[in-house]
Unconditional design. Structure first.
Length: 462
C-alpha cells in the first residue's frame, strides 16, 4: 500500500515537474512554484523537530534542517474557517466577515462563504500566469459560488468543510474512537460537483494528486494542499496502522510526514526543488478536548479555539534549497504574510483597494534579515482578546478552548506575559510593566479603529 502510493505520488508530481523544468530552461529567474501544505489542528509540539518524544517525523525534520524553522509563527484565528480565510487573503477575517462569536466556523447548513471580491493566493498568482490547484479541505464556503474554482483556482479536489461534519444517520459518538469514513456524510468534490459521499477520506491526497498530473504543464504552479487531518476523526491508511508509539494520533502525523517526504523527494529528483518554495504549517492548535485523539501544543498554553499561544502558534517550516537560508527563526511571522511574500517572489501585484495585514517575509527567508512583523492581534470570534508587540503579549479576555469555561474572563488590567522569558504564559508581569500595558492598549484600540463593518458570512441566513 505504502509503496503503491509512493509511486503514484512520484509519478503525479513528475508531471508537474516536467512542466516546471521547461519554464526554468526558458528563464532562470522564472517565477517560482509554490507548495503550501496546510494541516488541520496540528499542535505546536507534535513534530520531532518541535520536540515531540514519540512521534517520528524524519521528513519534516530534514525539511527543517535544510530550510527555516520558525518558532513564533501565527495563524490569525484559533479555528478553521477564519484561519483559512486569513491565509488565502492576507487579511484579518474581521475585514471580510469570516469570523463570528456565534458560529465560529462554517457548517454544512451555512449560507455564507469567502466573498467573491476577495483576492486569494490563487487569484493573486493567476495574474502572473500560474496554474493553481486547491486540494483537500477548503472550509471557506461549500456552496458553488464560494468554492476554490470561483476563487482563482483552476482545479479543486477535496472536502468542502471539516471531516467530522454531517454524520450518517444511526452512527454514534463511538465513531471517533474507531473511525470509519462511512459514518461521516462528508462529500468529496471535484471542481464544483460532488463525486462521492461519504468521501473515502483515506484517499483524498492520492486521488487529488492524480488530478495534478492531468494538468497542462509548462507554467509555474501553486499547489495548496490542505490536509483534512489530524482533525478528528483520525483516518490513516492501513500502512500506518499502529506504526507510531504515540498511537492513532501519531499514526496520522507519521503518514502526513511520509506524504511530505514524497512531495519533497519528487521535487529533488526532478530538479524542481531549486525553483519551488514549500511551506508547511497548520490552521490552529490541537483539539485538546479530544484528549489522546488531540495533539499537543508542547510547552505552549491551551489549544484550538483559544487565544493562548497554543491555539494560534503553529510549527512552521519554509524550504527552498539554494534560496531559503537554513536556520531557526525566532521571530514573528504569520499566515497573513504568505500573500505579500508570494506576491513579492512571483512579482505579482497586491490589491491596493483594501487593508492588508501581512508583511513580505522574503528578506528573512532569502537573506536572513529580521522579520518585518513585530505585532500580532489575537481574535476570538469577532473580538480582540489579546495583542502582542515585540516580546510582550497582553490578554484582555481569556477563555479556555471548547470545554469547561462558558463565559470569557475579562482582565482589567490585562494579563501581561513576556513570551521570550515565559513562552508558556504562566507569570503575569503587568504590575511591573505599566508602560508596556498602556502601549498594548493603544495598539488594540488602533487596530480596532481600522476595522470597517461588513456583512458576517458565518451567521448569514440566506
Ligand atoms: Mg482546524
Amino acid at each position: 500500500m505504502r509503496l503503491n502510493r509512493c509511486w503514484i505520488l512520484l509519478g503525479l508530481l513528475a508531471g508537474v515537474a516536467l512542466g516546471g523544468l521547461a519554464e526554468l530552461r526558458a528563464d532562470d529567474r522564472a517565477a517560482p512554484n509554490f507548495v503550501i501544505i496546510f494541516c488541520d489542528d496540528l499542535g505546536y509540539g507534535d513534530l520531532g523537530c518541535f520536540g515531540h518524544p514519540t512521534i517520528r517525523t524524519p521528513h519534516l525534520d530534514r525539511m527543517a534542517s535544510e530550510g527555516q524553522k520558525w518558532t513564533e509563527f501565527y495563524v490569525a484565528a484559533p479555528v478553521c474557517t477564519p484561519s483559512r480565510a486569513a491565509l488565502q487573503t492576507g487579511r484579518y477575517p474581521i475585514r471580510n466577515g469570516m469570523c463570528s462569536m456565534k458560529r465560529r466556523v462554517l457548517f454544512p447548513d451555512s449560507q455564507g462563504g469567502l466573498p467573491p471580491g476577495e483576492v486569494t493566493l490563487g487569484r493573486l498568482l493567476k495574474q502572473r500566469g500560474y496554474s493553481t490547484h486547491a486540494i483537500g479541505k477548503w472550509h471557506l464556503g461549500h456552496l458553488p459560488q464560494y468554492l476554490p474554482t470561483r476563487h482563482g483556482y483552476d482545479t479543486y479536489y477535496g472536502i468542502p468543510y471539516s471531516n467530522d461534519m454531517d454524520f450518517v444517520q444511526g452512527s454514534t459518538r463511538t465513531r471517533f474512537e474507531d473511525p470509519d469514513f462511512r459514518n461521516f456524510n462528508v462529500p468529496l468534490i471535484e471542481g464544483e460537483k460532488i463525486i462521492e459521499r461519504p468521501a473515502d477520506q483515506n484517499t483524498i491526497t492520492k486521488r487529488a494528486c492524480q488530478l495534478i498530473r492531468q494538468q497542462e504543464s509548462g507554467q509555474p504552479f501553486l499547489i495548496y494542499l490542505a490536509h483534512n487531518l489530524p482533525h478528528v476523526p483520525l483516518f490513516r491508511s492501513p500502512a500506518f496502522a499502529d506504526a507510531s508509539r504515540r498511537g492513532l494520533y501519531g499514526d496520522v502525523i507519521e503518514e502526513i510526514d511520509w506524504s511530505v517526504g514524497q512531495v519533497l523527494g519528487t521535487l529533488r529528483e526532478t530538479g524542481l526543488d531549486r525553483n519551488t518554495l514549500v511551506v508547511f504549517t497548520s490552521d490552529n492548535g490541537p483539539w485538546k478536548s479530544f484528549r489522546q485523539q488531540g495533539g499537543s501544543a508542547g510547552l505552549l498554553r491551551d489549544g484550538k479555539g483559544s487565544t493562548w499561544e497554543g491555539g494560534m502558534r503553529e510549527p512552521t517550516l519554509f524550504w527552498w534549497p539554494g534560496q531559503v537560508e537554513p536556520g531557526v527563526v525566532m521571530e514573528m511571522g504569520s499566515t497573513l504574510d504568505l500573500l505579500p511574500t508570494l506576491a513579492q517572489l512571483a512579482d505579482a501585484d497586491l490589491p491596493t483597494d483594501r487593508t492588508l495585514d501581512g508583511f513580505d517575509l522574503s528578506p528573512t527567508l532569502l537573506e536572513n534579515k529580521p522579520s518585518p512583523r513585530d505585532q500580532m492581534v489575537y481574535y476570538h470570534g469577532d473580538e480582540v482578546f489579546a495583542v502582542r508587540q515585540g516580546m510582550y503579549k497582553a490578554h484582555f479576555k481569556t477563555k479556555t478552548s471548547y470545554t469547561g469555561q462558558r463565559e470569557a474572563k475579562v482582565h482589567d488590567p490585562p494579563l501581561l506575559f513576556h513570551l521570550g522569558h515565559d513562552p508558556g504564559e504562566q507569570h503575569d508581569v503587568a504590575k511591573q510593566q505599566p508602560q508596556v500595558v498602556q502601549a498594548l492598549r493603544e495598539l488594540k484600540a488602533k487596530h480596532e479603529a481600522s476595522v470597517e463593518p461588513v456583512e458576517n458570512q458565518l451567521t448569514r441566513k440566506e
